[in-house]
Design a protein around this ligand. Structure first.
Ligand code: GLC
Ligand code: CA
Length: 548
């Protein structure tokens, strides 16, 4: 069924690093409002902003202490209301991050819950006695260390899958659900257009909270089996949908780690009325190969094609290659050393024209890259700091740790947005809260605006093309040249309209026999090379889109 959110192109904003409007070095809501014309000009229809709520910032806003207030550093509720009105005035929509697997330890709910064992909100979180003078079980948290923290006042432990300052809400408790739904209705009444739902895959826990098997005799054991997409989780989603989603014309995107394409329909099948889309992690897992090794086109084809086929006619994909938890795609999959522009634009085309709603993460549209870190002090991310502690305990050297975090760390995507070549990249008048990538003198919005061949202008053309051609939105995806080792190619077809997307995912030229795929009668409607010399040969990282 055709709907607005399937036709939309989405843009993710990490407010802290997008634009500082008042010269304190920290991005803010008014900074976003200032840049709405830029987003409109790019062709964006839907904006997702990462958490902007009141928070002590243990995990940069993913630890919320009041769901109905704005973080002071980001502005006021009036600023939010103005942002929302300005988004709508431009015909765009705005979704916010719903972080309800956990709250901050400073949230009043948790303050009450931890105040005594018989507080009425005690059961809003998961409290347990220790076992033999240690944690209630051996679960390791997602950000390393134990998933439990001892509270000396009430002499029990509470569960936290992320940092110790992010206690998990107990979703078994109906009062918790009602309180969260009330809060969601409150935001929806303001007119927001939906939610990106954080860590939704972890909301259900194995009910007995038993130890996980520990064959390697670890102190704390990776515990995903006990809380990632655990049986019964979808009942929570149904409940939220019945009580909230189904009463509005909104869009919902769940962050669902651990989901494979075979089970995708259970989450986003249209007749199920659960979520509209999920951010799945299968292709993202390919990031976790060794430094310098790119995922092979064969691996990419397998995963993307499985998702495209699994949801054809049944549900809808969220398409993305970057976000605030990942390294920059051009650094990871492309070739920033030799073919930065070519690989940035080729990777853009690759994911963008599949069936689904494409999301762009801030800075991706100008080909921002990973940054350089030289010591612990250069990292901001709490998960990086925890890993540093853990790896040090394992005897890893400082060099090894830096190499690992440079290659995988979330801080890579959190450096300030590069607006121009000035000292603070046009992000702020003051020293930014976090280091600016040194390459902002070359890679920045102002320079790319002028340059017809820039990554930015390529994204603009790509977006315009998708908007113009319904087959590129709704058409069926079909893989072609399936076994080609360098080229990723696919069809998008609807009725008589037919498009071919070609991407050479390598730093060498690539060709194919005309007999395998003929370009007869095709017109090239988008490409990243100056000219086409030989139709059946693609240059390094060349991409072309043909219309038949
Ligand atoms: C999600 C967010 C991530 C955050 C975590 C805990 O994975 O994307 O940034 O740290 O949830 O809220
Ligand atoms: Ca500011």
């Amino acid at each position: 069924m055709a709907t607005w959110w399937k036709e939309a192109v989405a843009y993710q904003i990490y407010p802290r690093s997008f634009k500082d409007s008042n010269g304190d070095g920290i991005g803010d809501l008014n900074g976003i409002t200032e840049k709405l014309d830029y987003l409109k000009e790019l062709g964006i229809d839907l904006i997702w902003i990462c958490p902007m709520y009141k928070s002590p910032n243990d995990d940069n806003g993913y630890d919320i202490s009041d769901y109905q207030q704005i973080m002071a550093e980001f502005g006021t509720m009036a600023d939010f209301d103005r942002l929302l009105a300005e988004v709508h005035a431009r015909g765009m929509r705005l979704i916010i991050d719903l972080v309800v697997n956990h709250t901050s330890d400073e949230h009043p709910w948790f303050l009450e819950s931890s105040s005594s064992r018989d507080n009425p909100k005690r059961d809003w979180y998961t409290w347990r006695d220790g076992k033999n003078g240690a944690e209630p079980n051996n679960w390791e948290g997602i950000f390393k260390g134990s998933a439990w923290e001892f509270d000396p006042q009430t002499e029990q432990y509470y569960l936290h899958l992320f940092t110790r300052r992010q206690p998990d809400l107990n979703w078994e408790n109906p009062q918790v659900r009602t309180a969260v739904y009330d809060m969601m209705h409150w935001w929806l009444a303001k007119g927001i257009d939906g939610f990106r739902i954080d860590a939704i895959c972890h909301m259900k826990k194995e009910p007995t909270l038993a130890d996980v098997p520990n064959p390697d005799k670890l102190r704390y054991v990776p515990s995903m089996k006990s809380h990632l997409n655990y049986d019964g989780l979808l009942e929570y989603v149904d409940d939220m949908s019945r009580n909230v989603f189904q009463h509005y014309d909104i869009v919902t995107v769940g962050e669902v780690n651990g989901l494979d394409s075979a089970h995708a329909e259970e989450w986003v099948g249209e007749h199920r009325n659960r979520l509209n889309m999920v951010f799945q992690f299968e292709h993202v897992r390919l990031w976790e190969t060794e430094a310098g090794i790119r995922p092979s086109p064969a691996q990419l084809k397998k995963i993307f094609t499985a998702w495209q086929e699994a949801l054809e006619g049944k549900g809808w994909n969220a398409l993305y290659v970057e976000n605030h938890d990942l390294t920059r795609i051009t650094s990871r999959w492309g070739d920033t050393q030799h073919y930065w522009r070519e690989s940035a634009t080729c990777l853009a085309t690759l994911y963008f024209l599949m069936q689904g709603t494409p999301f762009i993460y801030q800075g991706q549209e100008i080909g921002m890259t990973n940054t350089r870190f030289s010591g612990l002090a250069d990292f901001d991310d709490v998960s990086a700091k925890n890993m540093w502690r853990d790896m040090t305990a394992q005897g890893k050297s400082e060099e090894e740790i830096i190499a690992f975090l440079t290659h995988t760390g979330r801080d890579n995507s959190r450096t300030p947005m590069q607006w121009d070549h000035s000292a603070n990249a046009g992000f702020s008048e003051a020293k930014p809260w976090f280091q600016v990538n040194a390459n902002h003198t070359i890679i920045n919005v102002a320079a790319q605006r002028q340059d017809p061949d820039s990554v930015l202008n390529f994204y603009r053309a790509l977006i315009a093309l998708r908007k113009k051609e319904r087959a590129l939105i709704y058409g069926r995806y079909r893989l072609v040249l399936a076994d080609h080792p360098q080229i990723y190619a696919y069809w998008r077809e609807q009725d008589d309209a037919k498009f071919l997307v070609l991407c050479n995912l390598s730093s060498k030229s690539a060709q194919w026999p005309e007999g395998d795929l003929s370009l007869d009668g095709a017109k090239c409607v988008l490409g990243n090379a100056a000219q086409i010399d030989e139709p059946y040969r693609l240059h390094h990282w060349e991409t072309r889109v043909y219309q038949f």
